[in-house]
Design a binder for this molecule. Structure first.
Ligand code: ADP
Length: 163
């Protein structure tokens, strides 16, 4: 069975992420969405919250599992036995970062391939950081995150920004 892993912070999941999840899950038997728990990034949403938001966003979709992980992606890939790590690409800056990560990972786990999927044009400007900035300042995130989680995301970020 071909299992792919889609790693990221998903802080929170955006429509850009959901687009990659939808397209990638159509190309493999099982897609593991791996939610990184890197506390030095000081995420706005806890690991549990990010996992819950993704699970809500993928309701009704088949062949997708959402799990948290900490430490190296290479070790997570070894543990799951997945042979493909799928990444989304938006800008040249994504490419530079992902290129370096792909080569480092190849060194650590030669049997794993990093595959890259271009963003859909209408999501190319979307990032979790943009969502956090807009929501914390009371702007509308309609159309930027899955509709079923919009209110939850807004409530959490607005209440956090009020301290
Ligand atoms: P962000 O950069 O928004 O904080 P993550 O670090 O969680 O997102 O990203 C996880 C993966 O999803 C990375 O491979 C990233 O390049 C990709 N990604 C994020 N946003 C988009 C988008 N709008 N279109 C395509 N890929 C994306």
């Amino acid at each position: 069975m071909d299992t792919w892993v889609y790693p990221g912070s998903f802080d929170p999941i955006t429509n850009g992420h959901l687009d990659i999840i939808t397209r990638a899950s159509g190309l493999c038997s099982k897609l593991i969405v791996a939610v990184g728990n890197n506390s030095s990034k000081n995420p706005a949403f806890s690991s549990e919250e990010r996992i819950e938001l993704i699970n809500e966003a993928i309701t009704g979709m088949q062949g997708i599992e959402v799990v948290g992980f900490s430490g190296l992606l290479a070790d997570f890939m070894k543990k799951t036995g997945a042979k493909v790590a799928i990444k989304g690409l938006r800008f040249i800056s994504d490419f530079e970062y992902e290129f370096q990560m792909a080569l480092l990972n190849k060194n650590l786990v030669p049997e794993v391939e990093s595959l890259f999927m271009m963003t859909s044009a209408n999501y190319s400007y979307l990032s979790s950081l943009a969502i956090r900035d807009i929501a914390r300042n009371g702007g509308s995130i309609e159309g930027l995150v899955p509709e079923c989680i919009r209110e939850k995301v807004m409530d959490k970020l607005l209440s956090r920004s009020k301290g």
